[in-house]
Design a protein around this ligand. Structure first.
Ligand SMILES: O=C(O)CCC(=O)C(=O)O
Ligand SMILES: [Fe+2]
Length: 336
């Protein structure tokens, strides 16, 4: 089905090449810095890495198999954790008033990766080496991007971004596998993913289906990011925005159905690179946080922003001072 004219699709996001960044190409690193300063989001062309593209395809098969299990089976892995195990739909507030979120997730943490085994039940443990292989690649790519950014910013020694992520951590870095189940309800009570900025440093996202929107810093409107095969979407999180004194942009985004209803199950794979727990930074209002403290606080906000964050400073990483910027943004119906 063609995309309707009334749906706004971003046409400004830069595309960077994984092979050039890996090779340390200077011009590509400068473009990377430009993208992180202005848009906070960019496409990463992965087509030079056939193994990773294959892993993405295989991951979708494994996710389908996992999420199709009965809820009781998945709930065996539910620990009420934000970075480990299964979470059913509706854990967080949704993008529309009085709704909850419309996705379920399975998270496998870097702590488990470093230990070499998951703490999860057999349906996850059976695929653990597959998940770990994927995590190794996503972690290496995000860390390599931090190295290129640090060099472009002329950061030295312990001030370089990658130094805040040194193993063995610990950190809350995690691999998130998400499914947004389809529905035909025009006024669903559980839908999409509320507007937010990401807690951590960088997010590496593979999503082959429509739904992701960002609040364009240039046009100040919600724009869909077109899914592009063989391309990841990378975005900067709060934990780079704050330590860079706001120089790197942690941009507000959300997930909504492309049309009025969610017509098919939507899958996304996100590797959330996060600072080591004890790293300290100061937010834009001068308050000092540890990475762990910011993570824990913000996840509480995600669950209940209307009570914990009425001025919407935390949900959106202090990117919007008030609702003006997203005046019509709470309306999830973007096209009829
Ligand atoms: O599902 C997606 O495409 C994006 C998810 C997201 O923004 C997040 O989990 O932080
Ligand atoms: Fe996000």
């Amino acid at each position: 089905m063609p995309i309707k004219d009334s749906i706004v699709v971003s046409s400004t996001l830069p595309t960077l090449r994984l092979d050039l960044l890996r090779a340390g190409d200077d011009a590509e690193s400068k473009r990377l810095l430009g993208a992180c300063r202005t848009q906070g989001f960019f496409y990463l062309d992965l087509t030079s890495d056939a193994i990773l593209c294959r892993q993405w395809k295989d991951m979708l098969g494994v996710m389908k198999q996992y999420f199709e299990q009965p809820l009781e089976v998945k709930m065996q892995d539910a620990y009420g954790s934000d970075n480990h195990g299964y979470e059913p739909m509706g854990t967080e507030e949704g993008p529309k008033p009085k709704t909850r979120d419309g996705y379920e997730s399975l998270k496998i943490s870097r702590r488990e990766f470093l230990k070499g085994s998951t703490d999860l039940s057999t349906s996850v443990e059976a695929h653990s080496s597959f998940f770990f292989d994927f995590m190794r690649t996503a972690h290496d790519i995000t860390l390599m991007i931090l190295e290129r950014l640090s060099t472009s910013l002329d950061l030295k020694g312990s001030s370089r971004f990658e130094a805040y992520h040194a193993d063995p951590g610990p950190s809350f870095s995690t691999l998130g596998l998400l499914r947004y189940p389809k529905h035909s309800d025009k006024t669903p009570t559980s839908v999409g993913h509320n507007k937010h900025t990401d807690v951590g440093s960088l997010t590496f996202l593979l999503a082959a289906q429509w739904g992701l929107q960002f609040l364009s810093p240039e046009t100040k409107r919600w724009e869909f990011l077109e899914p592009r095969s063989g391309h990841a979407v990378i975005n900067v999180g709060d934990s780079l925005r704050f330590p860079s004194n706001g120089e790197l942009a942690s941009v507000v985004h959300r997930v909504v159905p492309l049309r009025t209803t969610q017509e098919e199950d939507r899958y996304s794979i996100a590797y959330f690179l996060r600072l080591n727990d004890d790293v300290r930074f100061t937010d834009l209002k001068g308050k000092t946080w540890t990475a762990k403290g910011w993570h824990d606080f913000k996840f509480d906000v995600f669950k209940s922003p209307s009570t914990l964050d009425p001025s919407k400073q935390f949900l959106t990483g202090m990117m919007e001072e008030n609702d003006l910027l997203v005046g019509s943004g709470n309306n999830i119906v973007v096209a009829s």
